[in-house]
Design a protein. Structure first.
Length: 178
């Protein structure tokens, strides 16, 4: 299930305004719960991830709090992955949290839509739920993400962007790893 965390000024205690506000918020962002759900299912199938995945779409404030609470890092981030314990394997794969604030900034920087950026973040999170870790795996996750991005028709992924930024900062020519 994909949940959109409404900004406080849109939420209302009686539920009616919140429901109408949530529909308006989805539309305003150019996102669709059903479209993202279909994409998430396709990404899970392509990656081989079994089980339900719950997704929270929120703002930087919420992602910063979650990042601080669960990872000890006091900063906002684009996507957080919370794999389920092994005893739930096949039933519930885990949870993802995505910052729409960060996703919007990254979409502008990359010249594509918020929809595409959220899809990139969903794929990245799915790979983390599979246990992959681009910081320690010697390029295995980057290679898998690149393959799946092409298969799912997505623009540049997170790992490729980070590699380019690192190389650019060091002043070295950049070559894409496939």
């Amino acid at each position: 299930m994909i949940t959109l965390e409404l900004r406080r000024e849109l939420a209302d205690k009686d539920g009616k305004r919140a429901s109408a506000s949530e529909a308006a918020a989805w539309k305003e962002m150019g996102l669709s719960r059903s479209g993202l759900t279909r994409y998430l299912q396709a990404a899970q199938k392509a990656a081989g991830l079994l089980g339900e995945v719950d997704v929270l779409l929120a703002g930087d404030r919420t992602l910063r709090r979650l990042n601080r609470e669960f990872r000890g890092k006091d900063k906002a981030t684009d996507v957080l992955s919370f794999p389920s314990p092994a005893e739930f394997a096949g039933e519930h794969a885990g949870d993802l949290a995505i910052s729409l604030d960060t996703a919007q900034r990254q979409a502008r920087e990359q010249g594509h839509t918020l929809r595409d950026e959220v899809r990139i973040l969903l794929l990245h999170g799915v790979l983390h739920l599979l246990g992959m870790d681009h910081e320690t795996d010697g390029g295995a996750m980057a290679s898998r993400e690149s393959h799946l991005r092409a298969r799912l028709r997505l623009p540049h992924g997170l790992i490729a962007r980070a590699d380019r930024a690192t190389v650019k900062a060091k002043g070295k020519p950049f070559r894409v790893r496939a």
